[in-house]
Design a protein around this ligand. Sequence first.
Ligand code: GRG
Length: 289
Amino acid sequence: MRGGCEGERVVFVYTQERVLATRSLIDRRLKQLVPIREGPHSLIFRAALYSLLLPGKRLRPFLTLSVLEEYEIPVYRGVDPSCALEMVHTYSLIHDDLPCMDNDDIRRGKPSLHKAFGEGTALLAGNFLLTRAFEIVADHPRLLTILTSRCGADGLIGGQLVDLLYEGRKVDWGTLQFIYLNKTAALFSTALEFGGVIAEVSEGDRIALKMAGQYFGVAFQLRDDLSDSISEGSGKCSDLINKKATCLSLFSRERAEELITFFLGRALSSLPRKMSSLRELFFHHLKAD
Ligand code: GRG
């Protein structure tokens, strides 16, 4: 793991090695938290693990663990909450891919869960992962409250519903920001806030972390809209097929790039500390393809 020194403190940076180390830590724990159990229902564990262990970037766990590191809190304390977040994220991807939603055949480079296991099993595996995530944070009331609110009508569900409602319809910037904030930014802000809550930071720092996550999430979705528009033929162009409301329905590519720069700036200036690894992660995932 590469690192630099700032005074007495070691400052970790966002490197490929570090991404792999985080992935391996999280994946090992995910396998323990969702063990394959034998019985008539064993299919649910295999289906959930199929999606969970596909090579996702594990960005949300990385955000939580980076906050802990910044505040010099042992990283192990964030592993289970990070796994819970990754389960919620995976559930949202499984359901988003279903024929009644985006109808995507490919996810993380492999057949999406309903293609591999059938629609009914995919629906249930998503529900199972969401329930399991709540079970994992249930003994931490503050984390549970945050996660519950971000998964509900004022979070993922609300964002996804408005996203569906605006398929093929003209969208305005206010509505698009609502979709981005709830569908995409909700889990990034949860990840940073989880770090803050576990590290018992001041109220000011917790709110700043949450805001950094919101700004980063909006920029991340803007970048995803731009990437999706140029990946026709790669199996990742469902936005075009579904006539999704994206930033390109409103802005030129150049204007969208300016907005990414704007929201990146806001995300960086919201961070309550130097947080080098988070800054690098933000830059890395928002840069033009
Ligand atoms: C509640 C069904 C339901 C959906 C909620 C989150 C969501 C709404 C839908 C998921 C699909 C989607 C386009 C989400 C937007 C955020 C986004 C670009 C997710 C991909 O996140 P990455 O890049 O994915 O971190 P990996 O695979 O690396 O984990």
